[in-house]
Design a protein around this ligand. Structure first.
Ligand code: A2H
Length: 253
């Protein structure tokens, strides 16, 4: 990571009705979980959204009346970036913890799945991005390892109130071809390094380093409007398309 501010794309994941019990009073509003990503071109392959069960989140009302769910820290950052009614002031409508909206149904931009769910990831950092992470197990080793953990371990699903149908039908989607790694590069890297679970920190770091650069410089899109084009040529175009369609916004921190 550099010393300057980092630009993320915030992906708007729209909460579908019925809202979870705790958020019922917001059902007349458009509620979005906002996931910070560095890889907008991978959104075709979203299979779920990660949240941390125990960290605090806030639901904030924006200047346009929409509700964004993120950590309070991210909401404060956003309030200085033109999202709030008043600069530097966060309009909190509800305080939450991740478990309050675990298993919520969402709809996300570009993904081949009509409906995806919030699922638990225990390695989410409270101090980075929004605390909400969209999951692309085809291209992100962390996402693949965490999804596989949930698929393999029924007690893990049960602990967080996750039903089988929120996890089992969701498989990594081939979206980008990476030379030597194929079209599910995160799966290949996790297999090669024999990664056992989302807690294999060092190996996951190695897997990320391996596929990240290679995906960016040599990856070719296999799906969508930019099929056949190189990742580095379309990243900004995919971002712009989602922003234009009101499905994403830029966010700095
Ligand atoms: B990336 P950097 Cl396909 N805690 O998005 C843990 N991880 C977080 C996070 C948090 N609070 N906030 C964001 N992230 C993840 C897509 C993706 C990402 C792909 C491949 C690699 C990749 C789909 N998940 O990141 O520390 C988000 O996952 C590899 C680093 O700011 C975000 O982009 O560099 C990335 O980490 C931001 O990490």
């Amino acid at each position: 990571e550099g010393v300057g501010p980092q630009e993320y794309t915030l992906i708007k994941l729209k909460m579908l009705k019925p809202y979870p019990e705790k958020l019922k009073s917001l059902e007349k509003k458009n509620v979005y979980l906002v996931a910070a990503t560095l890889r907008p071109e991978t959104m075709y392959g979203q299979t779920n959204c990660w949240i941390h069960p125990d960290i605090p989140y806030v639901a904030c009302e924006l200047v346009n009346g929409d509700i964004f769910v993120s950590t309070k820290r991210a909401a404060l950052n956003m309030s200085y970036q033109g999202f709030s009614k008043t600069d530097g002031k966060v309009d909190i409508v509800m305080e939450l913890v991740g478990q309050d909206f675990m298993g919520a149904a969402l709809s996300g931009p570009l993904t081949v799945y009509d409906k995806i769910y919030t699922l638990p990831m225990l390695t989410i950092k409270e101090g980075k991005g929004t605390g909400v992470v969209t999951s692309v197990p085809s291209d992100a080793p962390d996402d693949y390892a965490a999804l596989r953990d949930l698929k393999k371990k029924q007690p893990f699903r049960e602990k967080f109130g996750i039903k089988d149908e929120m996890v089992l039908p969701y498989d990594p989607v081939p979206i980008i071809d990476v030379p030597e790694y194929g079209d599910l590069c995160a799966v290949t890297a996790c297999d090669q390094l024999k990664i056992q679970s989302q807690n294999d920190k060092d190996k996951l770091q190695e897997a990320k380093e391996k596929v990240y650069m290679k995906g960016f410089y040599e990856g070719v899109m296999k799906i969508g409007e930019f099929k056949g084009q190189k990742v580095q040529d379309v990243k900004k175009l995919v971002q712009a398309k989602m922003i234009k369609n009101n499905e994403a916004v830029k966010y700095m921190e």
